[in-house]
Ligand binder design. Structure first.
Ligand SMILES: [Fe+2]
Ligand SMILES: [Fe+2]
Length: 385
């Protein structure tokens, strides 16, 4: 038995979406037309739509990237229908932007937008009257639904599920904007590697230092409030060792100091295949770059990119992690849908993923239950000697 086991529990918080000024502010700064979303609080009863209306809305907001009929699955005409595989037998998944499961004629009133489908999300949807779940990341039968078949589980609750993922990526410049820069160069297949996204950009006028960028991110993500929530949870559960994903993987400086000036940034997503050679090449093309920024995934001090960034004296900042993508992509997606279906009720499902030492997880009753079950039924050590 390992001495210490991480237990993850997913507390999915339901947040009603309210209109705020940031969206208009984004439009202003990225020189796009200002989008006016109606507030949900202005309206009386939400109106019923159909699943087919949701599909049409997603297809429209993505510029026609959804699977609208099964023909494109066989002809390969939709380039966003992509197989994702690590060559692990039976573990690949095909991305199907659009309707994954559900009857197009089913009525819809309440829509949940989230990042990654789980059994907890399906239970939350059913318990709160959600008819449609729209996930950003691709859905996999069984894996996204607690080990049971999607069709059985979703039909049991009359829930339709959509996904978008790669069909949503590249539609907006929000991630750069949140990190405080505006790209003048972008490549989604850098070095010929599919999905190796790279931006090179100039900082926005209010970003002068590394500290300005970090403060900006923390303000947009409202990290202070999350820390307060985590602190309360630690107090209530009498355990200071509880961690939470978004807070544990918050932005950090790998090279440089808080007060270092920043002007020109290379923005990478390390999990997509960016390597030290790519960095060397980009720096030689952009010798005035002063900062390397990694987001969605981070790297840690012994990574080759840290040593390579140190050679020309770059700052190296880890920005938002994947745990906060619901803010970066989920909120714009939700407001995008609301523009097409203004009477729909939209909620955000957020993952609040925590780590707790085994002996602090739950109270005495459940601790004793776990120990007794393990001792009586899960102990075959003497048999195997
Ligand atoms: Fe992605
Ligand atoms: Fe993602």
């Amino acid at each position: 038995m390992k001495k210490f086991i991480k237990n993850f529990s997913i507390f999915i918080l339901l947040i009603a979406i309210f209109h705020n000024n940031c969206y208009a502010h984004v439009s202003e700064l990225i020189n796009e037309k200002e989008v006016c979303c109606e507030t949900q609080t202005d309206r009386s009863e939400p109106q019923w739509y159909y699943v087919k209306d949701v599909l049409q809305a997603l297809n429209s907001l993505s510029g026609g990237r959804c699977v609208m009929d099964n023909q494109c699955l066989t002809t390969g005409s939709n380039k966003f229908v992509i197989t994702k595989s690590s060559n692990i037998p039976g573990k690949s998944v095909i991305e199907l932007p659009g309707l994954v499961w559900g009857d197009r004629e089913m009525k819809v009133k309440k829509i949940a937008v989230m990042m990654t489908l789980t059994e907890s999300a399906i239970e939350l949807a059913a318990a709160t009257g959600v008819n449609v779940i729209i996930t950003h990341h691709p859905v996999a039968d069984g894996a996204s639904s607690g080990g049971v078949l999607l069709k059985d589980y979703l039909n049991n609750y009359n829930i339709a599920v959509f996904e978008l993922h790669e069909a949503f990526h590249g539609l907006h410049p929000g991630i750069s904007f949140l990190h405080g820069h505006k790209p003048f160069f972008s490549d989604v297949n850098y070095g010929g590697i599919k999905g190796n996204v790279v931006h090179v950009g100039n900082v926005l006028s209010d970003i002068k230092t590394i500290g300005d960028m970090i403060n900006r991110l923390n303000l947009f993500m409202n990290i202070e409030k999350d820390v307060t929530v985590l602190t309360s949870e630690r107090t209530i559960r009498n355990c200071n060792d509880i961690s939470e994903a978004g807070i544990a993987a918050k932005c950090k400086i790998l090279l440089g100091k808080y007060e270092n000036p920043i002007n020109k940034i290379i923005h990478i997503f390390p999990h997509t295949g960016f390597n030290a050679h790519h960095l060397e090449e980009l720096v030689s093309k952009n010798p005035d770059v002063d900062t390397l920024l990694a987001s969605i995934s981070h790297v840690y001090p012994d990574h080759e990119l840290v040593a390579k960034a140190n050679e020309p004296g770059l700052n190296f900042i880890c920005g938002n992690s994947h745990a906060l993508e619901i803010f970066e992509n989920g909120i714009p997606l939700a407001y995008g849908i609301l523009q097409y279906l203004p009477q729909a009720q939209i909620v955000i499902f957020r993952d609040w993923v925590t780590s707790t030492p085994l002996n602090n997880f739950g109270d005495d009753m459940i601790q004793n239950y776990g120990k007794d079950i393990a001792k009586k039924y899960l102990n075959h050590i003497s048999d195997s000697i």
